[in-house]
Write a protein that binds this ligand. Structure first.
Ligand SMILES: [Zn+2]
Length: 341
């Protein structure tokens, strides 16, 4: 009798042993046949630091290739951390969507996908889908905490923050807010998102791990203060989980603590009513009010058409400030956060 192939088996291979003590740096090898490379692989960097008994965490960066602070902070941590000082296991993927990271782009240049819409993935799918399936089925089940470092990308800038989903269990919300307070970005935003089922955060939640992501930075550059927030945040999380010695440093420039915020629903999003050139009248963190002018939508190809004033629909503070210039109907022109209640 012929054997039936296991349709759920990953096609990704590697030479890591996730339970072996010490530090291992290597690659997840994702098969990618192409013209001129029949048996080629894409080598995605991965580090595992295992210091014996203790919890397990996953740190991911470069899920979007145009977001750089996490790529820097996580690869530096992987190089510098001494396994002898660690209790438990730290799995680090500093550039998850490596082809996108090398291209400085949001979408993967190999399959055209947004990696953060691909979870739980598909063992038989494209590059992103294969890798998403591996993370969902092999890595996420190992960890208790997942921190996915994003930085808003080429088209937006964020009020520097950690972010989390509104999950059903209030106890998990409380524990996640505690995790975020110890990561200690200036803001933590519990948010309603436009398309969240396929994200790394959603995968962590499905696998029962505490999950935060971040939005530190934006406009496709590297912010020095955001790199510091990422580095301190990852270090803080390890301290909070007693995986390394020391107490988390949660101090903020204003002397306070991380501000707990929320993005309640779709009213918090300002969508473009038509194609045009958007001139925003705001910056991240700025306080705004319902009816206040958000900016003008210009139609530069039509002399006869006046710019269209755009107004905010709710009170709050600017969370995401898009500045891409040209917008298409349905693109986000602003996202508003409010105090968490
Ligand atoms: Zn991102």
């Amino acid at each position: 009798m012929s054997e039936v192939a296991n349709t759920f088996k990953s096609r990704i291979f590697h030479d890591l042993d996730f339970d072996k003590p010490g530090k291992q740096t290597g690659y997840l090898r994702v098969p990618q046949s192409r013209e001129g490379g029949a048996w080629s692989v894409i080598e995605v960097p991965i580090a595992v630091i295992n210091g014996g008994n203790g919890p397990a965490v996953l740190f991911t960066g470069g899920v979007h290739g145009d977001e750089y602070e996490g790529q820097i902070a996580i690869s530096r941590l992987a190089r510098q951390l001494d396994p002898a000082s660690v209790r438990g296991k730290i799995i680090m993927l500093p550039a998850v969507d490596l082809p996108a990271a090398l291209a400085g782009r949001r979408m993967c240049p190999i399959d055209g996908r947004d990696f953060n819409r691909c979870m739980p993935g598909d063992a038989h799918g494209s590059f992103c889908q294969m890798l998403a399936h591996f993370i969902e089925t092999t890595i996420m089940p190992q960890v208790e905490v997942s921190v996915d470092v994003h930085a808003a990308g080429n088209s937006m800038e964020a009020a520097l923050c950690s972010i989390m989903h509104r999950v059903d269990d209030p106890k998990i919300i409380e524990r996640t807010q505690a995790l975020a307070e110890n990561f200690a970005a200036p803001y933590n935003v519990l948010f309603w998102g436009v398309d969240e089922g396929g994200t790394v955060a959603a995968s962590a939640e499905r696998n029962g791990a505490l999950s935060i992501s971040t939005e530190i930075g934006g406009y496709g550059r590297v912010r020095p203060d955001a790199v510091r927030i990422a580095e301190r945040g990852l270090d803080n999380v390890l301290k909070w989980m007693e995986m390394i010695d020391g107490n988390p440093d949660t101090a903020q420039p204003d002397g306070g603590r991380t501000k707990q915020m929320q993005v309640r629903d779709q009213k918090s999003y300002l969508f473009a009513p038509s194609d045009g050139l958007f001139e925003p009248r705001f910056l991240p963190e700025q306080q705004i009010q319902t009816g206040e002018l958000a900016g003008y939508l210009h139609f530069i190809d039509e002399w006869a058409r006046e710019p269209q004033p755009i107004e905010f629909q709710i009170d709050g503070y600017i969370w995401m400030a898009p500045g891409s210039g040209r917008v298409k109907k349905g693109d986000v022109m602003a996202v508003i956060m409010q105090d968490f209640v």
